[in-house]
Design a binder for this molecule. Structure first.
Ligand code: ADP
Length: 446
């Protein structure tokens, strides 16, 4: 192109010399050159504007190269675009066929996109609800607090009180802690909930029905045991039958207690509970047992009380204490401890008993799970004690931690949130009404 321009300049100079107007000849040449460039620019611009409809203009030199490069970039972009569009269509088809609902949320939990299933279940409309914060549409408190702090990890189940009355489970998937967007997976768990409710009803009804006949059997066995005229050969079998019926009644009572806790109904009223006093009482009860670990220690480090349902808290602590008694030899030690700190309130039951192997610890709160079933049965255990502890704790937003070393001992600690810690009521503040009332008191007997 430059060489062509140089030749044109030389020709123009020569023509200029011949006609005696070099300046004019050069001016005409440059003018024509500029017009030609502007024309090319105009054609390029026209093509760029409507390149989808027009074929690339046929130009020589640098313009031709520019057009070839632009055309190549354009074709590559078209190729990627059609691939992305294809993938998007595929994704749409898949998400529509998905049995779960999916909602894409922005940083403020505003709805960016949702699939058909989520739209149907939550009655979402594309035009109306896009951009609206999801907690304004699903207002269930459990869901709102799950969205805020993300716990529990495996989501929440809420009852959709809308026209379908479904049970929906929500799980948030975040690609990273600092991720701008998150995916809310919604599942219809109505069937599972129905089966679960049938199971609970069945256990509750069966336990209830078994209780009356068992009371009759126990009554007759007691009468037989007291009967002086009975053949002495029957004495041992009757004692065994009484032991077994007692076990059965422990299991039935525990099953009924568990169903009551699980049903969430008939929740006992919550009030400030004197945990230190409760521990002192339990310690006294244990010390009156014939078979018990020799050393019982009570450490009360806080004056505070706990806002809770007293019966359920008693059930938690007495189950832990009775386990400690069952699984600790007479020469061992049990320590009951109550304290509060910034994290909330804590009750622990530590023993120097048989301990639990690490692989069994995660399963302890399962129903009927026993590390050593023979030993548990011999001790009169139902295998339901720790399941009751877990459920009762859940109803108080509490958690259970277990630390144990086989052959050394175990510590079961219940943790309650700080908002449940309340000051000791004034009526108890002035005098040492409760035997445990002290900023820290250790009571031990050997
Ligand atoms: P159980 O009625 O059998 O004691 P639990 O649910 O209370 O049922 O406890 C489940 C199992 O956990 C027990 O069978 C026992 O093996 C183990 N366990 C519970 N507490 C203790 C403890 N303090 N020390 C050792 N093992 C324990």
């Amino acid at each position: 192109m430059i060489s062509r321009l140089s030749i044109a300049v030389v020709v123009a100079v020569l023509v200029g010399l011949v006609i005696g107007r070099v300046g004019w000849a050069l001016a005409i040449l440059l003018g024509s050159y500029v017009i030609a460039q502007l024309w090319n620019l105009f054609r390029l611009e026209q093509w760029l504007r409507r390149r989808r409809l027009l074929t690339p203009p046929d130009m020589n030199g640098l313009w031709g190269e520019v057009i070839a490069i632009v055309d190549r970039i354009y074709r590559r972009k078209q190729f990627h675009k059609s691939r992305v569009i294809g993938l998007l269509r595929e994704f749409r088809r898949l998400t529509t066929a998905m049995p779960e609902g999916a909602i894409l949320l922005g940083p403020e939990h505003e709805i960016l996109w949702f699939n058909r299933r989520a739209g149907d279940w939550l009655s979402l409309r594309r035009r109306r609800d896009r951009g609206i914060r999801v907690e304004n549409l699903v207002r269930h408190p459990a869901f709102v607090s799950y969205l805020r702090d993300g716990t529990p990890v495996d989501g929440v189940i809420v009852h959709d009180s809308g026209e379908h009355g479904r049970w929906l489970s929500f799980t948030i998937v975040r690609p990273g802690d600092d991720a701008e967007r998150s995916l809310l997976i919604v599942r219809d768990v109505s069937h599972e909930m129905q089966v679960e409710s049938m199971r609970k009803d069945f256990v509750a009804n069966a336990s209830h029905e078994l209780r009356s006949p068992l009371t009759v059997i126990t009554g007759y066995l007691d009468a037989l045991a007291d009967d002086q005229g009975l053949d002495p050969a029957w004495s041992a079998p009757i004692q065994e039958m009484r032991r077994q019926s007692e076990r059965m009644s422990t299991i039935i009572n525990d099953l009924l207690e568990l169903s009551k806790l699980e049903s969430g109904e008939r929740r006992l009223p919550e009030q400030p509970v004197d945990i230190g006093g409760m521990l002192a009482l339990l310690r006294r009860e244990v010390s009156s047992l014939e078979q018990r670990p020799r050393t019982l220690t009570l450490t009360v480090e806080s004056d505070a009380w706990l806002l809770a349902a007293e019966g359920e808290i008693h059930s938690i602590v007495s189950n832990l204490v009775s386990n400690a008694v069952k699984y600790t030899p007479v020469e061992g030690e049990i320590e009951l401890r109550w304290w509060t700190d910034d994290g909330g309130a804590h009750v622990s039951v530590r023993d120097t008993g048989v301990g639990i192997a690490p692989e069994n610890i995660p399963r302890l709160t399962e129903r009927f799970y026993r590390v050593d079933s023979g030993r548990s049965r011999d001790m009169g255990g139902s295998g339901l004690g720790l399941a009751i502890v877990k459920h009762a704790l859940q109803r108080h937003e509490g958690t259970l931690t277990v630390a144990s070393v086989e052959g050394v001992g175990s510590t079961f600690t219940c943790h309650f949130p700080a908002h449940r810690v309340v000051p000791r009521p004034d009526d108890y503040a002035d005098h040492d009404a409760a035997p445990h009332a002290a900023s820290e008191r250790r009571i031990a007997d050997a």
